[in-house]
Design a protein around this ligand. Sequence first.
Ligand code: 1PR
Length: 530
Amino acid sequence: MISLLDYGAGNVRSVVNAIEHLGEQVRLVSSPEDLASAEKLVFPGVGHYGELMRVLREKGLREPLIRHLRSGRPFFGICVALQALYEGSEEAPDEAGLGLYPGRVRRFAGELPVPHIGWNGIRACKASPFLAGFDGSEKLYFVHSYHVPAAGSGPEALTLTDYGTAFVSAIADGQRIATQFHPEKSGQAGLRLLENFLKADRAAEAILPPRCPEKTALAKRIIACLDVRANDRGDLVVTKGDRYDVREAGRVRNLGKPVALAADYYRQGADEITFLNITGFRDFPLHDQPMLRVLEETAKLVFVPLTIGGGIRDFTDRNGVFSSALEVAARYFRAGADKVSIGSDAVAIVEQYLQSGKASGLSSIEQIARVYGNQAVVISIDPRRVYVHDPAKVPAAHIQCIETAEPGPEGERFCWYQCTVQGGREGRPVDALTVAAVCEHLGAGEILLNCIDRDGTGAGFDLELVRAVRHAVGIPVIASSGAGCTDHFVALFTTTNADAALAAGIFHRREVPIAAVKTALLDRVPVRQL
Ligand code: 1PR
């Protein structure tokens, strides 16, 4: 029986799913007494360092946790739980850490996007039984803005990872292990590490993986997207539009079942799976229980990050019952989502922000980011090109134009990217660059950049759009819409700074396997291979 410390601040579902998948049973532990009786303890740390330390203190969990750690009993800490083992963090300078190791946690600084999101490698500092089965070429899934610097770290460091600077990505000390990455979201490599801990055998041989890189690199992510909606018979199906039109001969296109397709993409090596509930803007998602069930079922089979979008906003139903966007997001996180993606509501929030000139503090973006962290909030933008002859002639002063190499139908040399809401049905007087920048300012952690003109066309990503938005923000940008062949991914990653590519149609129609995309990229940019 594995004890899992559930201190109430985060979603522990994914970790429970991973442990159960490995054939072990989980007991959730949330009281000091239960914690004191734990033998093998897993501690998934989520969110803000200060919040974590405060909750541990207020719930009386801090002392029994320190006792467990000092006893030498088996312990697996994840993400912020690794950071908590040190003396303190820049994220909450007034909160003391557990102080098991000397040193302080620092924020990433420099040019690279923060948070550090995605699949990065490991360099082993020492041999360990925890590394059984690792050859050193594995990549694991990280999502964090703070790190334990490699410089000054002690003998506890098991692996280091590079992201602008070298940092401690795992520690191992007797039967204690902690990782900055998320093993439960790191595919087979993560499951292997968890298994090495769960089935730990004191006599096991210490392994030094033979193929560790000299320097690790963050992989460009390949994301499979499943647009989901009810078909005309009311069943949830994966569909796919052509410039957002998902009907063919009057019927909703049906490309398969959401859970089965997601599991298939996981097996094929997708780095993430995104579900977009494309009618979420009109059907309130908490009334749409099948979508929650799809997520729950998928999270039991898929051990890479899951994002869910569609209908994340405040909502009052016809009986006058109010649900906040935060509550909707919370249901999705509890069902197994790692991130939520906000579309129409983000545009409304930015319009309000531009009007008032200030953040309300109450928007869905701000509220969800405060509770679940910036990395949990993705902004899905659905822009469409609007051509103009004169960049000064745009409907509003804040709208940013770009000069385009693909002139408009009347030879226009400039365009701006108009944001739309409700699945492209309504254009708003605000552009994609401004929406991306304001959402970053309000706390979003990532931009999912669709493009209505390219969606479903197979004509390639709109590289001008990707470059412009990438330049406008410091958070990761996922380029979406238009992938038709492997060359389109190569062009994306070699001519823009996109952090990830999302595609749907070519995967659903089995035109290009995910592995073929990775193979095409292999010699040019870092990718994760199975
Ligand atoms: O506005 O917060 O309720 O969120 C609704 C979400 O649903 C948004 O993320 C919006 O992008 C999405 N959505 C709404 N209507 C559609 C539609 O297609 N009719 N899908 C839709 C958007 C775009 C991509 C697609 C890529 C790749 N789909 O996600 O998967 O374009 O496609 P491709 O590789 O086949 O070209 P809210």
